[in-house]
Design a protein around this ligand. Structure first.
Ligand SMILES: [Fe+2]
Length: 190
Protein backbone atom coordinates (compact mmCIF):
# COMPACT_ATOMS: atom_id res chain seq x y z
CA UNK A 1 0.00 0.00 0.00
CA UNK A 2 1.49 3.35 -0.98
CA UNK A 3 1.63 6.19 1.51
CA UNK A 4 -0.52 9.24 0.79
CA UNK A 5 -0.67 12.29 3.10
CA UNK A 6 -4.22 13.29 2.15
CA UNK A 7 -5.45 9.72 2.66
CA UNK A 8 -3.81 9.58 6.10
CA UNK A 9 -5.48 12.86 7.13
CA UNK A 10 -8.88 11.67 5.81
CA UNK A 11 -8.53 8.32 7.62
CA UNK A 12 -7.56 10.05 10.89
CA UNK A 13 -10.53 12.45 10.67
CA UNK A 14 -12.89 9.54 9.96
CA UNK A 15 -11.49 7.42 12.80
CA UNK A 16 -11.77 10.31 15.27
CA UNK A 17 -15.37 11.13 14.34
CA UNK A 18 -16.38 7.44 14.35
CA UNK A 19 -15.05 6.87 17.89
CA UNK A 20 -16.16 9.71 20.17
CA UNK A 21 -14.58 9.16 23.58
CA UNK A 22 -11.97 6.79 22.12
CA UNK A 23 -10.61 8.93 19.35
CA UNK A 24 -6.98 8.71 20.48
CA UNK A 25 -6.72 4.89 20.33
CA UNK A 26 -8.80 4.82 17.12
CA UNK A 27 -6.51 7.28 15.37
CA UNK A 28 -3.49 5.45 16.78
CA UNK A 29 -4.75 2.31 14.99
CA UNK A 30 -4.75 4.26 11.71
CA UNK A 31 -1.29 5.69 12.33
CA UNK A 32 0.13 2.34 13.46
CA UNK A 33 -1.00 0.71 10.20
CA UNK A 34 0.71 3.42 8.15
CA UNK A 35 3.85 3.45 10.30
CA UNK A 36 4.17 -0.34 10.01
CA UNK A 37 5.47 0.20 6.47
CA UNK A 38 8.24 2.77 7.00
CA UNK A 39 9.71 2.15 3.56
CA UNK A 40 6.50 3.27 1.83
CA UNK A 41 6.62 6.52 3.85
CA UNK A 42 10.27 7.11 2.97
CA UNK A 43 9.42 6.60 -0.69
CA UNK A 44 7.23 9.71 -0.44
CA UNK A 45 9.02 11.80 2.20
CA UNK A 46 12.61 10.68 1.69
CA UNK A 47 15.00 9.37 4.32
CA UNK A 48 14.95 11.65 7.40
CA UNK A 49 18.26 13.47 7.41
CA UNK A 50 20.04 16.78 6.97
CA UNK A 51 17.02 19.05 7.32
CA UNK A 52 14.94 19.49 10.48
CA UNK A 53 11.27 19.54 9.60
CA UNK A 54 8.25 20.83 11.46
CA UNK A 55 5.50 20.81 8.85
CA UNK A 56 1.75 21.11 9.37
CA UNK A 57 -0.10 18.68 7.12
CA UNK A 58 -3.51 19.45 8.61
CA UNK A 59 -4.79 21.80 11.31
CA UNK A 60 -8.32 22.40 12.58
CA UNK A 61 -10.08 22.68 15.92
CA UNK A 62 -10.61 18.89 15.80
CA UNK A 63 -7.30 17.54 14.57
CA UNK A 64 -3.70 18.48 13.82
CA UNK A 65 -1.30 16.33 11.80
CA UNK A 66 2.40 17.25 11.86
CA UNK A 67 5.46 15.88 10.09
CA UNK A 68 8.50 16.20 12.34
CA UNK A 69 12.11 15.31 11.53
CA UNK A 70 14.43 15.41 14.54
CA UNK A 71 18.20 15.70 14.31
CA UNK A 72 20.47 13.68 16.59
CA UNK A 73 21.00 15.19 20.09
CA UNK A 74 17.60 16.89 20.25
CA UNK A 75 16.49 17.19 23.86
CA UNK A 76 13.17 19.03 24.11
CA UNK A 77 11.85 20.31 27.43
CA UNK A 78 8.71 18.89 28.98
CA UNK A 79 5.42 20.19 27.61
CA UNK A 80 1.74 19.38 27.65
CA UNK A 81 -0.65 19.17 24.70
CA UNK A 82 -4.03 19.54 26.53
CA UNK A 83 -5.46 17.02 24.03
CA UNK A 84 -4.83 13.37 23.18
CA UNK A 85 -1.98 12.67 20.84
CA UNK A 86 -0.49 9.77 18.95
CA UNK A 87 3.08 9.80 17.71
CA UNK A 88 4.45 7.34 15.16
CA UNK A 89 8.06 6.94 14.06
CA UNK A 90 9.03 5.80 10.56
CA UNK A 91 12.74 6.00 11.31
CA UNK A 92 15.26 6.80 14.03
CA UNK A 93 14.59 6.95 17.75
CA UNK A 94 12.60 9.04 20.23
CA UNK A 95 12.96 8.70 24.00
CA UNK A 96 9.82 9.76 25.85
CA UNK A 97 9.73 10.69 29.54
CA UNK A 98 6.11 10.81 30.67
CA UNK A 99 5.02 13.00 33.57
CA UNK A 100 1.89 14.02 35.38
CA UNK A 101 1.39 17.47 36.80
CA UNK A 102 1.07 17.63 40.59
CA UNK A 103 -1.32 20.03 42.33
CA UNK A 104 1.56 22.44 43.04
CA UNK A 105 2.28 22.72 39.30
CA UNK A 106 5.50 20.69 39.33
CA UNK A 107 5.93 17.39 37.47
CA UNK A 108 6.22 13.80 38.67
CA UNK A 109 7.87 11.36 36.27
CA UNK A 110 5.69 8.31 35.73
CA UNK A 111 7.46 6.19 33.15
CA UNK A 112 9.71 6.26 30.14
CA UNK A 113 9.35 4.71 26.70
CA UNK A 114 11.68 4.55 23.74
CA UNK A 115 10.23 4.48 20.24
CA UNK A 116 11.94 3.20 17.09
CA UNK A 117 10.79 3.09 13.48
CA UNK A 118 7.41 1.33 13.27
CA UNK A 119 6.38 2.23 16.85
CA UNK A 120 3.57 4.49 18.00
CA UNK A 121 2.57 5.86 21.39
CA UNK A 122 -0.77 7.28 22.53
CA UNK A 123 -0.70 10.12 25.04
CA UNK A 124 -3.70 11.11 27.15
CA UNK A 125 -4.92 14.69 27.27
CA UNK A 126 -3.34 15.27 30.69
CA UNK A 127 0.02 13.69 29.88
CA UNK A 128 3.13 15.87 29.96
CA UNK A 129 6.17 14.56 28.11
CA UNK A 130 9.77 15.40 27.34
CA UNK A 131 11.34 13.94 24.22
CA UNK A 132 14.92 13.37 23.16
CA UNK A 133 16.85 11.71 20.37
CA UNK A 134 20.12 10.46 21.89
CA UNK A 135 20.99 8.41 18.81
CA UNK A 136 23.26 9.36 15.89
CA UNK A 137 20.39 8.99 13.43
CA UNK A 138 17.80 11.49 12.32
CA UNK A 139 14.28 10.66 13.45
CA UNK A 140 11.21 10.87 11.21
CA UNK A 141 7.80 11.07 12.87
CA UNK A 142 4.15 11.73 12.18
CA UNK A 143 2.22 13.34 15.06
CA UNK A 144 -1.57 13.46 15.28
CA UNK A 145 -3.29 15.60 17.94
CA UNK A 146 -6.94 15.61 18.97
CA UNK A 147 -7.37 19.35 18.56
CA UNK A 148 -5.56 22.49 17.47
CA UNK A 149 -1.89 21.96 18.37
CA UNK A 150 -1.31 25.72 18.14
CA UNK A 151 -4.11 26.77 20.48
CA UNK A 152 -3.53 28.95 23.54
CA UNK A 153 -3.26 27.56 27.03
CA UNK A 154 -0.54 24.96 26.57
CA UNK A 155 2.52 24.97 28.84
CA UNK A 156 6.14 23.87 28.99
CA UNK A 157 8.50 23.15 31.91
CA UNK A 158 12.19 24.06 31.70
CA UNK A 159 12.61 22.27 35.04
CA UNK A 160 10.24 19.46 36.12
CA UNK A 161 10.68 20.64 39.73
CA UNK A 162 9.47 24.13 38.82
CA UNK A 163 6.29 25.67 37.54
CA UNK A 164 5.15 25.59 33.92
CA UNK A 165 5.33 28.54 31.54
CA UNK A 166 3.22 29.30 28.47
CA UNK A 167 4.04 26.94 25.57
CA UNK A 168 6.12 28.64 22.91
CA UNK A 169 6.39 26.73 19.63
CA UNK A 170 9.50 28.75 18.75
CA UNK A 171 11.31 26.89 21.55
CA UNK A 172 10.56 23.65 19.69
CA UNK A 173 11.77 24.91 16.33
CA UNK A 174 14.88 26.55 17.89
CA UNK A 175 15.73 23.27 19.65
CA UNK A 176 15.48 21.43 16.32
CA UNK A 177 17.57 24.04 14.51
CA UNK A 178 20.32 24.03 17.16
CA UNK A 179 20.55 20.24 17.12
CA UNK A 180 20.62 20.26 13.31
CA UNK A 181 23.51 22.74 13.34
CA UNK A 182 25.44 20.47 15.72
CA UNK A 183 24.71 17.42 13.58
CA UNK A 184 25.77 19.08 10.35
CA UNK A 185 28.91 20.64 11.93
CA UNK A 186 29.99 17.36 13.44
CA UNK A 187 28.63 14.48 11.39
CA UNK A 188 29.25 11.09 13.00
CA UNK A 189 32.40 9.30 11.90
CA UNK A 190 31.28 6.04 10.33
FE1 LIG B 1 4.83 16.72 22.48
Amino acid sequence: MSFDIDQLVADCLAAASDAPGHAGPAVDDVLARVISEPSSIETVLGHPRDQPTFATWFNSAELTVLHVVWPPTVDLIAHDHTMWATIGLYGGREDNRLFRELPDGTLEERRARTLFGGDTIVLGADTVHAVANPSRDWTGAIHVYGGDYFREGRRMWADPAGAGAPFDVSVVTATLDQAAARALDHPPVE
